[in-house]
Design a protein around this ligand. Sequence first.
Ligand SMILES: C[S@@+](CC[C@H](N)C(=O)[O-])C[C@H]1O[C@@H](n2cnc3c(N)ncnc32)[C@H](O)[C@@H]1O
Length: 297
Amino acid sequence: MDLLAILKRSEGKTLEFKRDRPFRSPHSGMLMPTYKGNKGNLLQHWVLVELVELIRTGMSSAALLCFIDAHAMSPYASPSGQGDKVFGRAQSTLPGQRSLYEQSWLELRKNLRVDYPTSALFVRHLWPGGIKFVLCESDSRSVDDIAQWHQSFAHEVPMDLHFGDWRDRFRRGFSGGDGVCLVSFDPFMYDRNGPPRRPNPGNLYPPDLELIGEALRDLKSVPLVLQLSTYSANNSNSLPDVLESVENTLKSAGLKRYAAVRANGNMMSLVFTRDFAEIQDANLEQRFSDWLDRVPK
Ligand SMILES: C[S@@+](CC[C@H](N)C(=O)[O-])C[C@H]1O[C@@H](n2cnc3c(N)ncnc32)[C@H](O)[C@@H]1O
Protein backbone atom coordinates (compact mmCIF):
# COMPACT_ATOMS: atom_id res chain seq x y z
CA MET A 1 0.00 0.00 0.00
CA ASP A 2 1.19 3.50 -0.79
CA LEU A 3 1.68 5.15 2.55
CA LEU A 4 2.52 8.52 1.09
CA ALA A 5 -0.87 8.62 -0.52
CA ILE A 6 -2.88 7.88 2.61
CA LEU A 7 -0.90 9.50 5.36
CA LYS A 8 -0.78 13.23 5.57
CA ARG A 9 0.57 15.06 8.59
CA SER A 10 -1.42 17.85 10.11
CA GLU A 11 -0.38 19.81 13.21
CA GLY A 12 1.81 16.98 14.37
CA LYS A 13 -0.95 14.34 14.14
CA THR A 14 -1.04 11.61 11.55
CA LEU A 15 -4.36 11.53 9.75
CA GLU A 16 -5.45 8.51 7.79
CA PHE A 17 -7.72 8.93 4.79
CA LYS A 18 -9.90 6.22 3.35
CA ARG A 19 -8.96 5.71 -0.29
CA ASP A 20 -12.38 4.53 -1.40
CA ARG A 21 -14.01 7.97 -1.36
CA PRO A 22 -13.14 11.35 -2.81
CA PHE A 23 -10.30 12.99 -0.99
CA ARG A 24 -11.33 15.82 1.35
CA SER A 25 -9.02 18.42 2.80
CA PRO A 26 -8.47 17.84 6.54
CA HIS A 27 -8.65 21.62 7.00
CA SER A 28 -11.63 22.74 4.95
CA GLY A 29 -13.46 19.46 4.28
CA MET A 30 -13.59 20.47 0.59
CA LEU A 31 -13.14 18.02 -2.26
CA MET A 32 -9.56 17.97 -3.49
CA PRO A 33 -8.19 17.16 -6.96
CA THR A 34 -7.76 13.44 -7.53
CA TYR A 35 -6.18 10.99 -9.94
CA LYS A 36 -7.46 7.49 -10.64
CA GLY A 37 -4.35 5.39 -10.03
CA ASN A 38 -5.13 2.81 -12.69
CA LYS A 39 -3.82 1.16 -15.82
CA GLY A 40 -4.94 4.22 -17.76
CA ASN A 41 -2.42 6.39 -15.88
CA LEU A 42 0.31 3.86 -16.63
CA LEU A 43 -0.60 3.82 -20.31
CA GLN A 44 -0.84 7.60 -20.68
CA HIS A 45 2.45 8.37 -19.00
CA TRP A 46 4.52 5.42 -20.15
CA VAL A 47 3.72 6.52 -23.72
CA LEU A 48 4.22 10.23 -22.98
CA VAL A 49 7.66 9.64 -21.49
CA GLU A 50 8.68 7.54 -24.52
CA LEU A 51 7.49 10.32 -26.82
CA VAL A 52 9.50 12.98 -25.02
CA GLU A 53 12.56 10.76 -25.37
CA LEU A 54 11.87 10.06 -29.06
CA ILE A 55 11.43 13.75 -29.79
CA ARG A 56 14.63 14.53 -27.91
CA THR A 57 16.68 11.98 -29.85
CA GLY A 58 15.08 13.08 -33.14
CA MET A 59 16.08 16.73 -32.75
CA SER A 60 19.61 17.77 -33.58
CA SER A 61 19.87 19.96 -30.49
CA ALA A 62 17.72 20.69 -27.48
CA ALA A 63 15.02 22.69 -29.24
CA LEU A 64 12.29 24.71 -27.59
CA LEU A 65 9.43 22.37 -26.69
CA CYS A 66 5.90 23.70 -26.63
CA PHE A 67 3.80 21.35 -24.51
CA ILE A 68 0.04 21.81 -24.87
CA ASP A 69 -2.10 19.76 -22.47
CA ALA A 70 -5.89 19.98 -22.83
CA HIS A 71 -6.46 18.06 -19.57
CA ALA A 72 -3.68 19.24 -17.30
CA MET A 73 -4.67 17.96 -13.80
CA SER A 74 -3.28 19.09 -10.44
CA PRO A 75 0.35 18.20 -9.64
CA TYR A 76 -0.82 17.67 -6.06
CA ALA A 77 -3.75 15.32 -6.76
CA SER A 78 -4.56 12.45 -4.40
CA PRO A 79 -5.85 9.02 -5.40
CA SER A 80 -9.62 9.01 -5.96
CA GLY A 81 -10.13 5.49 -4.66
CA GLN A 82 -8.45 2.15 -4.35
CA GLY A 83 -7.02 2.39 -7.87
CA ASP A 84 -6.13 -0.89 -9.50
CA LYS A 85 -3.61 -3.49 -8.45
CA VAL A 86 -1.22 -3.09 -11.33
CA PHE A 87 -0.89 0.65 -10.67
CA GLY A 88 -0.35 0.01 -6.95
CA ARG A 89 2.34 -2.56 -7.67
CA ALA A 90 4.12 -0.35 -10.17
CA GLN A 91 4.03 2.51 -7.66
CA SER A 92 5.21 0.50 -4.67
CA THR A 93 8.10 -1.15 -6.53
CA LEU A 94 9.61 1.99 -8.12
CA PRO A 95 12.02 2.19 -9.89
CA GLY A 96 10.78 -1.26 -10.92
CA GLN A 97 12.18 -2.15 -14.32
CA ARG A 98 14.10 1.11 -14.38
CA SER A 99 12.27 2.37 -17.45
CA LEU A 100 12.57 6.10 -18.03
CA TYR A 101 8.95 6.40 -16.86
CA GLU A 102 9.53 4.65 -13.55
CA GLN A 103 12.76 6.45 -12.84
CA SER A 104 11.18 9.83 -13.55
CA TRP A 105 8.12 8.94 -11.48
CA LEU A 106 10.33 8.06 -8.51
CA GLU A 107 12.45 11.19 -8.88
CA LEU A 108 9.36 13.40 -9.08
CA ARG A 109 7.92 11.86 -5.92
CA LYS A 110 10.88 13.18 -3.99
CA ASN A 111 8.79 16.34 -3.87
CA LEU A 112 6.60 15.39 -0.90
CA ARG A 113 3.56 17.17 -2.26
CA VAL A 114 3.61 15.12 -5.49
CA ASP A 115 1.89 11.79 -5.09
CA TYR A 116 1.48 11.02 -8.80
CA PRO A 117 3.13 13.35 -11.34
CA THR A 118 1.16 15.04 -14.10
CA SER A 119 2.17 15.06 -17.73
CA ALA A 120 3.59 18.57 -17.34
CA LEU A 121 5.82 17.38 -14.50
CA PHE A 122 7.15 14.49 -16.57
CA VAL A 123 7.79 16.80 -19.52
CA ARG A 124 9.62 19.40 -17.45
CA HIS A 125 11.66 16.69 -15.76
CA LEU A 126 12.79 15.11 -19.03
CA TRP A 127 13.17 17.89 -21.55
CA PRO A 128 16.73 19.23 -21.64
CA GLY A 129 16.01 22.50 -23.47
CA GLY A 130 13.61 25.40 -23.16
CA ILE A 131 9.91 24.73 -22.58
CA LYS A 132 6.72 26.67 -23.12
CA PHE A 133 3.53 25.34 -21.50
CA VAL A 134 -0.07 25.80 -22.61
CA LEU A 135 -2.13 24.04 -19.93
CA CYS A 136 -5.93 23.83 -19.86
CA GLU A 137 -7.82 22.75 -16.76
CA SER A 138 -11.51 23.09 -15.91
CA ASP A 139 -11.28 22.47 -12.16
CA SER A 140 -10.55 25.61 -10.12
CA ARG A 141 -8.57 23.90 -7.34
CA SER A 142 -6.43 22.09 -9.88
CA VAL A 143 -5.74 25.40 -11.64
CA ASP A 144 -4.65 26.95 -8.34
CA ASP A 145 -2.31 24.00 -7.74
CA ILE A 146 -0.81 24.30 -11.23
CA ALA A 147 -0.23 28.04 -10.73
CA GLN A 148 1.41 27.40 -7.36
CA TRP A 149 3.65 24.65 -8.78
CA HIS A 150 4.69 26.95 -11.62
CA GLN A 151 5.59 29.91 -9.37
CA SER A 152 9.09 28.76 -8.47
CA PHE A 153 10.26 28.34 -12.08
CA ALA A 154 8.03 30.90 -13.84
CA HIS A 155 11.11 32.94 -14.78
CA GLU A 156 12.43 30.10 -16.97
CA VAL A 157 9.27 28.40 -18.31
CA PRO A 158 6.49 30.63 -19.68
CA MET A 159 3.03 29.20 -19.11
CA ASP A 160 -0.31 30.02 -20.66
CA LEU A 161 -2.72 28.58 -18.05
CA HIS A 162 -6.30 28.38 -19.25
CA PHE A 163 -8.97 27.94 -16.58
CA GLY A 164 -11.99 26.36 -18.27
CA ASP A 165 -12.89 24.06 -21.10
CA TRP A 166 -9.91 23.36 -23.37
CA ARG A 167 -12.19 23.99 -26.37
CA ASP A 168 -12.36 27.71 -25.52
CA ARG A 169 -8.56 27.94 -25.47
CA PHE A 170 -8.19 26.00 -28.72
CA ARG A 171 -10.72 28.28 -30.46
CA ARG A 172 -8.25 31.13 -29.92
CA GLY A 173 -5.59 29.19 -31.82
CA PHE A 174 -1.84 29.10 -31.19
CA SER A 175 0.96 31.23 -32.42
CA GLY A 176 3.54 29.42 -34.52
CA GLY A 177 7.20 29.61 -33.67
CA ASP A 178 10.37 27.62 -33.33
CA GLY A 179 11.12 24.24 -31.95
CA VAL A 180 8.75 21.35 -31.64
CA CYS A 181 5.26 20.89 -30.26
CA LEU A 182 3.81 18.05 -28.16
CA VAL A 183 0.03 18.11 -27.68
CA SER A 184 -1.79 15.90 -25.19
CA PHE A 185 -5.46 14.93 -24.80
CA ASP A 186 -6.40 12.78 -21.86
CA PRO A 187 -10.22 12.73 -21.81
CA PHE A 188 -12.37 10.02 -20.21
CA MET A 189 -13.13 8.62 -23.63
CA TYR A 190 -13.44 9.37 -27.31
CA ASP A 191 -17.05 8.80 -28.35
CA ARG A 192 -17.23 8.51 -32.13
CA ASN A 193 -21.05 8.46 -31.90
CA GLY A 194 -21.37 11.75 -30.04
CA PRO A 195 -21.96 14.35 -29.04
CA PRO A 196 -25.22 13.37 -27.34
CA ARG A 197 -27.90 15.90 -26.42
CA ARG A 198 -26.08 16.56 -23.14
CA PRO A 199 -22.38 16.15 -23.93
CA ASN A 200 -19.86 15.37 -21.22
CA PRO A 201 -17.15 18.06 -21.51
CA GLY A 202 -14.64 15.49 -20.20
CA ASN A 203 -15.16 13.33 -23.31
CA LEU A 204 -13.99 13.96 -26.87
CA TYR A 205 -16.35 13.83 -29.85
CA PRO A 206 -15.75 14.00 -33.63
CA PRO A 207 -16.39 17.77 -33.90
CA ASP A 208 -13.68 18.25 -31.25
CA LEU A 209 -11.17 16.67 -33.59
CA GLU A 210 -12.10 19.20 -36.25
CA LEU A 211 -11.53 21.99 -33.74
CA ILE A 212 -8.16 20.47 -32.83
CA GLY A 213 -7.14 20.24 -36.49
CA GLU A 214 -8.19 23.84 -37.08
CA ALA A 215 -6.30 25.12 -33.99
CA LEU A 216 -3.13 23.26 -34.91
CA ARG A 217 -3.12 24.67 -38.44
CA ASP A 218 -1.38 27.80 -37.09
CA LEU A 219 1.49 25.63 -35.91
CA LYS A 220 2.21 24.46 -39.45
CA SER A 221 5.80 25.59 -39.26
CA VAL A 222 6.83 23.33 -36.38
CA PRO A 223 7.13 19.53 -36.13
CA LEU A 224 4.24 18.25 -34.09
CA VAL A 225 3.47 15.14 -32.04
CA LEU A 226 -0.04 14.57 -30.66
CA GLN A 227 -1.10 12.01 -28.05
CA LEU A 228 -4.78 11.23 -27.51
CA SER A 229 -5.98 8.54 -25.11
CA THR A 230 -9.35 6.89 -24.57
CA TYR A 231 -10.40 4.62 -21.71
CA SER A 232 -13.80 3.18 -22.55
CA ALA A 233 -15.36 1.28 -25.44
CA ASN A 234 -18.90 2.04 -24.19
CA ASN A 235 -21.52 3.30 -26.63
CA SER A 236 -20.22 1.17 -29.49
CA ASN A 237 -16.66 2.47 -29.45
CA SER A 238 -14.54 -0.60 -30.13
CA LEU A 239 -10.88 0.35 -30.40
CA PRO A 240 -10.60 -0.38 -34.17
CA ASP A 241 -13.67 1.82 -34.79
CA VAL A 242 -12.23 4.60 -32.64
CA LEU A 243 -8.91 4.37 -34.41
CA GLU A 244 -10.58 4.68 -37.81
CA SER A 245 -12.72 7.63 -36.73
CA VAL A 246 -9.84 9.58 -35.15
CA GLU A 247 -7.44 8.82 -37.97
CA ASN A 248 -9.86 9.90 -40.70
CA THR A 249 -10.56 13.24 -39.07
CA LEU A 250 -7.00 14.10 -38.09
CA LYS A 251 -5.76 13.13 -41.57
CA SER A 252 -7.46 16.20 -43.00
CA ALA A 253 -5.34 18.35 -40.66
CA GLY A 254 -2.19 16.73 -42.05
CA LEU A 255 -1.62 14.41 -39.07
CA LYS A 256 -0.36 10.88 -39.69
CA ARG A 257 -0.79 7.95 -37.34
CA TYR A 258 2.47 7.01 -35.66
CA ALA A 259 1.27 4.47 -33.08
CA ALA A 260 -1.80 2.92 -31.46
CA VAL A 261 -0.90 1.54 -28.04
CA ARG A 262 -3.66 -0.66 -26.61
CA ALA A 263 -3.67 -1.63 -22.94
CA ASN A 264 -6.85 -3.77 -23.13
CA GLY A 265 -10.18 -3.70 -24.99
CA ASN A 266 -11.08 -0.31 -23.51
CA MET A 267 -7.89 1.67 -23.23
CA MET A 268 -5.75 2.96 -26.03
CA SER A 269 -3.28 5.77 -26.50
CA LEU A 270 -2.98 7.10 -30.04
CA VAL A 271 -0.02 9.04 -31.36
CA PHE A 272 -0.05 11.23 -34.48
CA THR A 273 2.70 13.30 -36.01
CA ARG A 274 3.03 16.08 -38.56
CA ASP A 275 6.26 17.19 -40.22
CA PHE A 276 8.26 14.96 -37.92
CA ALA A 277 10.30 12.84 -40.28
CA GLU A 278 12.99 12.16 -37.69
CA ILE A 279 10.82 10.15 -35.33
CA GLN A 280 11.84 6.50 -35.52
CA ASP A 281 9.55 3.50 -35.16
CA ALA A 282 9.75 2.59 -31.49
CA ASN A 283 7.36 -0.38 -31.40
CA LEU A 284 5.51 1.30 -28.54
CA GLU A 285 2.58 -1.10 -28.29
CA GLN A 286 4.68 -4.24 -27.90
CA ARG A 287 7.11 -2.57 -25.53
CA PHE A 288 4.30 -1.21 -23.34
CA SER A 289 2.70 -4.66 -23.22
CA ASP A 290 6.03 -6.28 -22.28
CA TRP A 291 6.62 -3.66 -19.61
CA LEU A 292 3.11 -4.11 -18.17
CA ASP A 293 3.51 -7.91 -18.11
CA ARG A 294 6.66 -7.56 -16.04
CA VAL A 295 5.07 -5.41 -13.33
CA PRO A 296 5.07 -7.76 -10.31
CA LYS A 297 1.76 -9.62 -9.80
C1 LIG B 1 -7.42 12.31 -16.44
S1 LIG B 1 -7.00 13.88 -15.84
C2 LIG B 1 -5.76 14.34 -16.94
C3 LIG B 1 -4.47 13.90 -16.56
C4 LIG B 1 -3.30 14.61 -17.22
N1 LIG B 1 -3.40 14.72 -18.66
C5 LIG B 1 -2.09 13.91 -16.86
O1 LIG B 1 -1.93 12.80 -17.32
O2 LIG B 1 -1.32 14.42 -16.09
C6 LIG B 1 -8.29 14.80 -16.35
C7 LIG B 1 -8.14 16.28 -15.97
O3 LIG B 1 -8.78 17.03 -16.98
C8 LIG B 1 -9.63 18.01 -16.43
N2 LIG B 1 -10.69 18.22 -17.41
C9 LIG B 1 -11.77 17.43 -17.66
N3 LIG B 1 -12.50 17.94 -18.66
C10 LIG B 1 -11.88 19.08 -19.07
C11 LIG B 1 -12.16 20.05 -20.07
N4 LIG B 1 -13.22 19.94 -20.86
N5 LIG B 1 -11.28 21.07 -20.24
C12 LIG B 1 -10.19 21.19 -19.44
N6 LIG B 1 -9.89 20.30 -18.46
C13 LIG B 1 -10.72 19.26 -18.27
C14 LIG B 1 -10.08 17.42 -15.10
O4 LIG B 1 -10.45 18.43 -14.17
C15 LIG B 1 -8.84 16.63 -14.66
O5 LIG B 1 -7.99 17.41 -13.87
